[in-house]
Design a protein around this ligand. Structure first.
Ligand SMILES: [Cu+2]
Length: 581
């Protein structure tokens, strides 16, 4: 009797994993069959028209941590694809791992059947199977590839550099990829389960009555009434994650060499599953020359925030300096990824301490008229007199503010009262750092955009969620392939999309198969082209899109556990042949 019950239990367990989109059998490490193969850190370089990319289970170690990883061709990150605009690419994906897999070519313009999203454009490539990708390379710049399954946080990602068919816009002496990621010894299935059953299980910066955060008693009571925490910046942070640069943890001593006087191009790619980073190189200015693979007019900054899935190319000139620290501080300041830019092997610059954790602000609750200061800067007398505080506790859940197409229900526990455009926002915690921080408003496309028509329609989409129940969605509707009602665009339609973030988290929203243009105040023909846009908490962001790539395209939050719990939709562009009609 016992054994039958046990078998039932196991079967039920497998079924529910399947329903959640976990493909394949129990991973090898869980079955105890992993042969102990260690992942190598860093990428080999692949170039040419034909490649084989082999996915395998492995162990990964960094610092004192050891746990399951997924390698592609034996490394984490997997291979760097160095390609040339105009070439054709054929990749045979071979799955030697124990889970379903795929490769999505992030930011590349590909035929939709080559886009690599299981459940949307292909079936997952099951253990022992292979899949051939084949497409022309139609663009240049910095991109990346990754699994569109839960193998991504385990190491299944890598960089792509595409050299232009013509001249490079800038000259430089060295060209480095800096791929940021976050790796945890805890398996993604376990992390997701914990996020679902507990309230902010990985927030180790919770406020308590005795902490040192600069909050008044009234402010603490207000946050408590809203059942929210001002330190709730990231769902998963350093106690679980080690932040990696090119697969190297902070203790691994990753170095990038330079000679005095050289110009160095650094291609930052945020390949993390759940982490935004604040990137700076103390003592060195960075000139941003490209965003999401597309050239922009050069902007000199001292720091920039990079959301999941974004890329920024910068040029630095270290002059006659000895060594500089490349700091990738997690947005919640719980930890950092590190590397050295150094003129002699072994030389070290100082590593700055972690800065104090940032606190969420009125603006992050969608309660500002634009640019209001942090709650800590509020006039406490006025606040405790009623006004804003009561409005906060009473109206944060006022669903009458939502348009009728948003589904109101348990999936929504917050509605931004007055969401304003936050294109000029440097990102959580970076308003008062005392040096130049990049904002989207500073991005201007280097070349004229291909389509200068005015949009003929405005499509508004709400980013919604229930933090406590860990439910995330667009327009209150959790994505499910079965009941899906896709977002429809006509082929070649020019549409303006407005994303309204009703939640208190920043979401990096990614559209597959296209570039869109940020509506950031730049002249129409020079709006910056991107594939991913961060929508700040309680704020809005707009982009213009020419829907000129026929097919079905994933559109989702790039925080992987937000995507897997429902913040995902399919954008369908019809007709498929790209003709009229
Ligand atoms: Cu999200």
């Amino acid at each position: 009797m016992t054994s039958i019950d046990r078998r039932k239990f196991l079967t039920a367990g497998t079924a529910s994993l399947g329903a959640l989109g976990f493909v394949g059998a129990m991973p090898a490490w869980a079955r105890g069959t992993l042969d102990g193969t260690l992942a190598r850190r860093g990428s080999d370089v692949l170039s040419g028209d034909y490649q084989t990319m082999t996915v395998a289970d492995a162990m990964f170690t960094t610092g004192t941590r050891r746990g399951p990883g997924v390698t592609v061709n034996g490394t984490i990150p997997g291979p760097l694809l160095r390609l040339k605009e105009g070439q054709n690419l054929v990749v045979d994906l071979v799955n030697d791992s124990s889970m379903g897999t795929s490769i999505h070519w992030h930011g590349l313009l590909v035929p939709f059947l080559m886009d690599g999203v299981p459940g949307v454009t292909m079936a997952a490539v099951e253990p022992g199977e292979r899949f051939r990708y084949e497409f022309p390379i139609r663009q240049a710049g910095t991109y990346w590839w990754h699994a569109h399954t839960l193998q991504e946080p385990m190491g299944h990602y890598g960089p792509i550099i595409i050299d232009p068919a013509g001249e490079e816009a800038h000259s430089y002496d060295r060209d480095y990829v800096v791929m940021l990621s976050d790796w945890s010894p805890m398996h993604p299935h376990t992390i997701m389960k914990k996020l679902k059953v507990a309230d902010a299980p990985f927030n180790f910066q919770k406020t308590t009555a005795t902490d040192n955060y600069p909050l008044s008693g009234a402010e603490r009571r207000m946050w408590a009434r809203m059942r929210m925490m001002p330190t709730d910046i990231s769902d998963v942070s350093a106690p679980l994650f080690t932040y990696l640069l090119n697969g190297h943890g902070p203790e691994d001593g990753l170095e990038f060499a330079f000679r005095p006087g050289e110009r160095v191009r650094l291609r930052f790619i945020n390949g993390a599953a759940m982490s935004f980073f604040n990137v700076r190189i103390p003592g060195l200015a960075m000139t941003v020359i490209a965003a999401d693979g597309q050239d922009v007019r050069p902007v000199e900054v001292d720091e920039f925030q990079i959301g999941n899935a974004e890329t920024y190319d910068v040029i630095v000139e270290p002059g006659a300096g000895d060594a500089f620290t490349i700091v990738a501080e997690a947005m919640d300041r719980s930890g950092m990824g590190l590397a050295m830019l150094t003129s002699r092997p072994g030389l070290r610059a100082q590593v700055p301490p972690l800065r104090d954790p940032p606190l969420l602000t009125m603006a992050d609750m969608g309660m500002s008229q634009g640019g209001a200061g942090s709650m800590t800067g509020m006039d406490h007398g006025e606040a405790s007199a009623g006004g804003a505080m009561d409005m906060g506790s009473m109206s944060m859940r006022d669903t009458s503010l939502l348009p009728p197409n948003v589904k109101v229900g348990p999936g929504i526990d917050m509605v931004a009262m007055n969401p304003v455009d936050r294109m000029g926002d440097p990102g959580t915690g970076l308003k008062d750092v005392g040096h130049r921080v990049l904002t989207y408003k500073q991005l201007v496309a280097a070349r004229m955009n291909p389509d200068m028509r005015q949009p003929t329609r405005l499509k508004e989409i709400h980013l919604t969620g229930n933090m406590e129940r860990y439910m995330w969605s667009f327009d209150g509707k959790k994505f499910s392939a079965v009941t899906d009602d896709p977002i429809r665009f006509a082929f070649n339609e020019r549409v303006r999309v407005k994303l309204v973030n009703d939640t208190m988290m920043a979401h990096p929203i990614h559209l597959h198969g296209h570039f869109f243009e940020l509506v950031n105040g730049a002249p129409g023909m020079h709006q910056p082209r991107k594939h991913t846009v961060i929508v700040q908490p309680g704020g809005s962001a707009q982009f213009d899109l020419t829907a000129n790539e026929p097919g079905d395209w994933a559109f989702h939050c790039h925080l992987i556990y937000h995507m897997h719990t429902g913040m995902f939709q399919v954008v369908t562009v019809r007709p498929l042949d790209g003709g009229e009609g």
